[in-house]
Design a protein around this ligand. Structure first.
Ligand code: AMP
Ligand code: ZN
Length: 152
């Protein structure tokens, strides 16, 4: 992230007014939503590391899982439901579930989120976990339809 992006209000101290994930919760920015309940919303990561990589976020703005009121207990049912949905629809060979808190941990969006990442046998282990190559929109639309049964 460049300094100018940080200055624009996207850093760890950003308020909900500046927050891209709050905008997704509000519906003012589109997302490929796969699940929602009263506490959480889940949608495909726009640049996911593996097919079906999904973010589970609290509806309430909080910078990360270790700030403010406890967030993980509130979104745990959503994390569980999303992992089972992805397991059912995409039949991956495994999962990683992770959340980063703070820039030093690699967090880049400062609205708490949990990555639910299906894993496939052809790219095993931690060494293949992170792949920041760009995912074409058509591929995201295809996997979204496979998870939700919807048409993009
Ligand atoms: P982290 O680096 O743990 O903060 O994760 C932030 C994630 O949010 C990254 O994997 C991004 O690809 C993802 N992301 C950023 N903007 C969007 C967006 N508009 N829709 C979906 N995912 C996004
Ligand atoms: Zn937010």
């Amino acid at each position: 992230m460049s300094p100018s992006e940080t200055d624009a209000g996207t850093g760890p101290d950003a308020s909900s007014a500046d927050c891209i994930f709050c905008a997704i919760v509000a519906g003012t920015i589109p997302s490929r939503q796969v699940y929602a309940d009263e506490a959480a919303v889940a949608f495909l990561d726009i640049n996911g590391w593996h097919r079906g990589h999904t973010l589970v976020i609290p509806r309430r703005h909080v910078a990360d899982l270790v700030s403010g009121e406890p967030t993980l207990p509130a979104i745990a049912p959503a994390i569980d439901a999303v992992a089972r949905l992805l397991k059912d629809r995409l039949a991956p060979d495994g999962f990683n579930v992770l959340s980063s808190a703070g820039p030093v941990a690699g967090q880049t969006v400062f609205h708490a989120h949990v990555h639910v990442i299906p894993r496939y046998a052809d790219q095993p282990g931690f060494t293949h976990l992170v792949d920041p190559s760009e995912v074409p929109a058509a591929e995201l639309d295809a996997v979204w339809a496979e998870i939700t049964g919807g048409t993009a």
